[in-house]
Design a binder for this molecule. Structure first.
Ligand SMILES: Cc1cc2nc3c(=O)[nH]c(=O)nc-3n(C[C@H](O)[C@H](O)[C@H](O)COP(=O)(O)OP(=O)(O)OC[C@H]3O[C@@H](n4cnc5c(N)ncnc54)[C@H](O)[C@@H]3O)c2cc1C
Length: 430
């Protein structure tokens, strides 16, 4: 029996914080309008970076930068209202910090997402978006998704909201290695809860120099105090994240106008100058705790955990029980092999996956830069609007992949979307 293909004004790809914030903005600004929309999410239920929901980890951002507050401080979907609804507002205030645990922020996001169940389709991984061409012009696209069993569903949409987040980025030395002893940080929690190396005191390498690498190193050293955990860096030192007040202004929504209107050269310079707010940096307190832990090993003479600085990974080999890494130690100018029971790659994310997803629409895209309100410019023969979130860092600034501008960005996108949808309706009526 053939399945009826549903048609929507708007389809979202991914239902993380970005599209969740859009869902709220659509509800709060569309009371008198009748547009159909749905968000397709590959996970079976809402979860915010579940692989890294580790005990003791905190938000790197104020909880005031939630899904709504900077756009609409009176929204019922604010973090403050979440606390109030859970009878924890006073206790949260008593904690004296605007940086909640990640576990709590995930609970807040899930609480909001549950209120938008009716517009979310979970367990739907979008695998393709195809143009529907009628007499040389494109007014709609076909969005193809699969569920966990590989069953395909097609939906038709006039507008697309891309909010897919990042995909694991792996060092090239690990290309083609598909082994359960090598994992990316995005899957860390699930992996380590099942991890059984067959030895009491495992040897594990954590590759990376950022917050996730630091958190995983701390977590592993807590789990396997007497094991041997190596934190492997190309750099000499771990660097602290700069979250000081003046620097933080680059994450203000108003800064997006400034960076977007700057020349490409100026933008590149801003991005590289402020790289240390987000990339390959560690929360200062966490950094101090790691240093102290390694120092204590020297005091007691006990403990095997190490920071391998200036270590370049040259080669990787995997067999049934071990992962072997050949390092070039740039300080001593030596080469050596080290064997591990597992290797965790906390090596970040890439944000270019949308290109593959939109491959078939490429002939209809104009070569211009993405618009200020995140619309991908299309050629005249394509009326489908595609909005990009989380992949516009080079044009819109470092906050593009973060939570900082979500609330305001969602309004910018929704306003632009409504302007397009309304003019379409006017055109149909005329
Ligand atoms: C461990 C960790 C901690 C972080 N902490 C902070 C923080 O404290 N402050 C901050 O500002 N930022 C933080 N970030 C940055 C993070 O990117 C943002 O917090 C936020 O998750 C961005 O939301 P998003 O919706 O753009 O992306 P995501 O949260 O990644 O959501 C994208 C969603 O799209 C889904 N998806 C992807 N591809 C498909 C597909 N083909 N079909 C269907 N669904 C798909 C994914 O399953 C996912 O649910 C953190 C990132 C990590 C990894």
């Amino acid at each position: 029996m053939s399945q009826q293909v549903k048609e929507y004004d708007v389809l979202g790809v991914g239902f993380g914080p970005a599209n969740l914030s859009i869902a709220i903005a659509l509800e709060e600004t569309s009371k008198n309008q009748d547009f159909s929309y749905c968000f397709l999410e590959q996970k079976p239920h809402f979860e915010w970076h579940g692989g890294m929901l580790l005990d003791g980890t905190r938000m790197q951002i104020s909880c005031m930068k939630d899904l709504v507050t900077l756009r609409n401080p009176t929204s019922p979907y604010s973090f403050v209202n979440y606390l109030h609804s859970h009878n924890r507002l006073s206790s949260f205030i008593n904690l004296g910090s605007l940086h909640p645990s990640r576990v709590e922020f995930n609970d807040y996001l899930t609480w909001v997402a549950n209120q938008f169940e009716s517009v979310a389709a979970y367990g739907q991984r979008v695998i393709d978006i195809e143009p529907i061409e009628v007499e040389g012009s494109i007014k709609k696209v076909r969005v193809i998704s699969t569920d966990i069993h590989g069953n395909r569903t097609e939906r038709i949409a006039k507008n697309i909201l891309v909010g897919m987040g990042g995909m694991p980025k792996l060092p090239k030395q690990f290309d083609g290695i598909d082994d359960e002893k090598v994992i990316h940080s995005s899957k860390y929690k699930v992996w380590c809860e099942k991890f059984d190396s067959g030895v009491d005191l495992p040897r594990i390498a954590v590759v990376g120099a950022g917050q996730s690498a630091a958190e995983i190193f701390v977590d592993l050293t807590n789990r396997f105090d007497c094991g041997e955990i190596h934190l492997v860096n190309r750099n000499f030192a771990l660097h602290p994240a700069d979250d000081s007040a003046f620097v933080n202004e680059i994450f203000d929504p108003e800064f997006t106008d400034h960076i977007y209107s700057s020349s490409q050269q100026e933008r590149e310079s801003i991005l590289s100058r402020f790289n240390g707010t987000n990339y390959s940096v560690v929360d200062t307190e966490e950094l101090g705790a790691i240093y102290e832990r390694l120092y204590l090993q020297r005091v007691t003479g006990e403990g095997l955990h190490k920071h391998l600085r200036c270590h370049d990974i040259q080669e990787v080999a995997v067999n049934d029980t071990k992962v072997s890494i050949r390092y070039h130690d740039r300080i001593n100018n030596t080469q050596k092999w080290d064997d591990y029971d597992a290797v965790v790659l906390a090596t970040g994310y890439r944000y270019d996956e949308f290109n593959h997803m939109l491959d078939k629409l490429a002939p209809f895209m104009s070569k211009k830069q993405v618009e200020r309100h995140y619309r991908l410019p299309m050629k005249d023969n394509c009326d489908v609007n595609i909005f990009l979130q989380g992949c516009c860092e080079s044009s819109h600034g470092i906050s593009d992949t973060l939570l900082s501008v979500l609330a305001v960005r969602s309004k910018e996108i929704v306003d632009s979307l409504y302007a397009k949808l309304s003019s379409e309706i006017q055109a149909v009526k005329a």
